[in-house]
Design a protein around this ligand. Structure first.
Ligand code: HEC
Length: 103
């Protein structure tokens, strides 16, 4: 009985130790160093993701458009050679959701 409790406690600790909300999209953003040019709220070299989200608000094609842009790289707006993301389609889509849900 005591042992069971100890094991349960250990699992609970592991679960709590992880980042609270980070998913595959956030992980990918970190791995791909998007933050070199973007943050959620402030304009650096690239636009703040919150402003991208605002720009595409209500645009049903936005997720697909940004997904393709990130997957293929190359020209994006005025950026001639935007960073290309090498990851699974599902992870890139998750990353697009992170961008589009920024506020
Ligand atoms: C070397 C700098 C740089 C890096 C690294 C970078 N970006 Fe960008 N990004 C830009 C610039 C500059 C623009 C603005 C292009 C424009 O709209 O003229 C941009 C635009 C965007 C846009 C908006 C496109 C639109 O249609 O308005 C998205 C979304 C985006 N980047 C996502 C990402 C993601 C996700 C990553 C990480 C995988 C990333 N960027 C990494 C420089 C960068």
């Amino acid at each position: 009985m005591k042992l069971t409790l100890a094991i349960a406690a250990a699992f609970a600790t592991v679960a709590l130790a992880g980042p609270a909300v980070a998913g595959p999209g956030e992980d990918l953003a970190v791995k791909e160093k998007c933050s070199k040019c973007h943050t959620e709220k402030t304009t650096k070299k690239g636009p703040a993701w919150a402003s991208v989200a605002e720009k595409y608000k209500g645009n049903a094609d936005a997720p697909e458009k940004l997904f393709q842009a990130l997957k293929k790289g190359g020209k994006m707006g005025d950026e001639e050679d935007h960073k290309k993301v090498t990851a699974s389609d599902a992870d890139i889509k998750a990353l697009v959701q992170v961008v589009l849900s920024s506020k």
